[in-house]
Design a protein around this ligand. Sequence first.
Ligand SMILES: [Zn+2]
Length: 92
Amino acid sequence: MSARHGDQSHRCLDFLEQLSRYLDDEVPPARRLTIEKHLAECPCCEDVLRGLEQTVALCHDRGRPALPREVRARARQRVRDLLSGMRLDVQR
Ligand SMILES: [Zn+2]
């Protein structure tokens, strides 16, 4: 299982980079399914998604229809931070 984890983390990179668009409903339905399937199999990505959802929810609570650019940037940075932690984990 740990041998496959390296493989998985490559896919995680792809998915995580799309998560903010996924939350904004900007991905095509086929891609959505792929992302959802991966999230169901991958606790790391699910965690990241929950974090992003909270960020988005906070924004919506303030009555803004769209995510401010600043929040998007922060969410992406968060994803990158988590990813670099994940990669360190994998390389061990
Ligand atoms: Zn993943």
